[in-house]
Design a protein around this ligand. Structure first.
Ligand code: UT7
Length: 321
């Protein structure tokens, strides 16, 4: 059995924050943000809008697109680093909202690579016959975790959700997935507080995402460069076979470097960073859905998905859409 993408959906919060808006409360410029990252604007969740709220909207669109109902879904896997609650997990909260009952529902925590981790797990359930119709989500609200006074991070991160419905088929859809992690890099990109740390920094009102941006940048370019080549090699295919690169949207310069590694012109890369910013686990499924909905990505084409995030964690998928 193979897992094929039967439908996609995505959702972005209504509120848009432009670079000009940021200039008003943090020491930055539109010029710096655009030239260093490619970001022009991003969507920010409302105060009471949670990761599950965004995921639910994306999931409903994906279910419609795939022509499936609550009774069809037999697995829910959510990649997120920003759960509404510690538990129940976002998968379970989403399950209740969608009136789905009884199937396994859980979240995986792999920062910006969360969707690739979730996709890889769900693909294995489908390929082994443990699930026939899986919902895979990447959803994050990192705006709730950044320090809005820290210009080195607050201009980058944003909110959103993307969803994919996988169905069991005889023809390959998800051809292969490749996951990696290396915890030695844990200090380069982190949120330094949490449950068993006692939320001490949160209580002191003194916490946000910490990133040594230029060090992350170097590792990301080298690691993703090696990852895309690993993905091709594992499948014995040449670079020219890839129709679309669907990369994690962290920095336009990283995206361009990986496209170059694949000898792909930027016209074959789905770029959403200018209006989405870095939506963490949501970025790849948001870009995938954007490319499908505007008609660029067509059935039968070969897609290469990749992402890189805190941990570090990284992953790719080769997909026949
Ligand atoms: O999604 C998870 C993985 N994350 C990534 O892959 C992100 C990887 N890193 C990056 O994308 C880039 O490193 C950044 C966009 C985060 C930063 O770009 P950079 O070209 O590496 O800049 P930098 O950190 O080396 O900083 C250059 C200068 C510094 O000033 P000095 O020391 O040269 O005077 C910063 O203080 O830019 C300054 N700077 C800013 N200036 C205006 C940093 N942030 C800002 C800002 N506005 N928002």
């Amino acid at each position: 059995m193979h897992a094929r993408i039967a439908g996609t959906g995505s959702y972005l919060p209504e509120k848009i924050l432009t670079n000009a808006d940021l200039e008003k409360f943090v020491d930055t410029t539109d010029e710096w943000i655009r030239t260093r990252t490619g970001i022009e604007s991003r969507h920010i969740a409302g105060e009471d809008e949670t990761t599950t709220d965004l995921a639910e909207k994306a999931a409903r669109i994906a279910m419609l697109d795939a022509g499936v109902g609550p009774e069809d879904i037999d697995l829910i896997v959510v990649g997120t680093a920003t759960p509404d609650l510690v538990f129940p997990n976002v998968g379970t909260l989403l399950q209740a909202r969608l009136d789905i009952h009884g199937c396994p529902a859980f979240s995986v925590e792999a920062a910006c690579a969360g969707f690739l981790y979730a996709l890889s797990i769900a693909e294995k359930f489908v390929a082994t016959g443990s699930a026939r119709c899986a919902m895979v989500i990447g959803a994050d609200t990192l705006s709730k975790m950044v320090d809005w006074k820290d210009r080195s991070t607050c201009v980058l991160f944003a909110d959103g959700a993307g969803a994919v419905i996988l169905k069991a088929t005889e023809e390959p859809g998800i051809i292969s997935t490749h996951l990696h992690a290396d915890g030695r890099y844990k200090d380069l990109l982190l949120y330094p507080d949490g449950v068993s740390k006692g939320f001490k920094k949160v209580r002191a009102g003194n916490v946000g995402v910490i990133m040594k941006g230029n060090e992350v940048y170097k590792v990301a370019v080298n690691t993703l460069g090696a990852l895309v080549l690993e993905t091709l090699k594992a499948n014995h295919i040449g670079k020219e076979k890839i129709d679309w690169l669907i990369p994690h949207q962290a920095n336009i310069r990283i995206i361009e470097a990986i496209a170059k590694r694949l000898d792909l012109p930027m016209e074959r890369v789905i770029v959403t960073i200018q209006h989405h910013g870095n939506t963490s686990a949501a970025s790849v499924p948001l870009a995938l859905d954007a490319g499908i909905r505007d008609g660029r990505i067509k059935r039968g084409q070969l897609l290469l998905l990749e992402a890189f995030g805190g941990g570090f964690t990284w992953g790719s998928a080769l997909v026949r859409y």
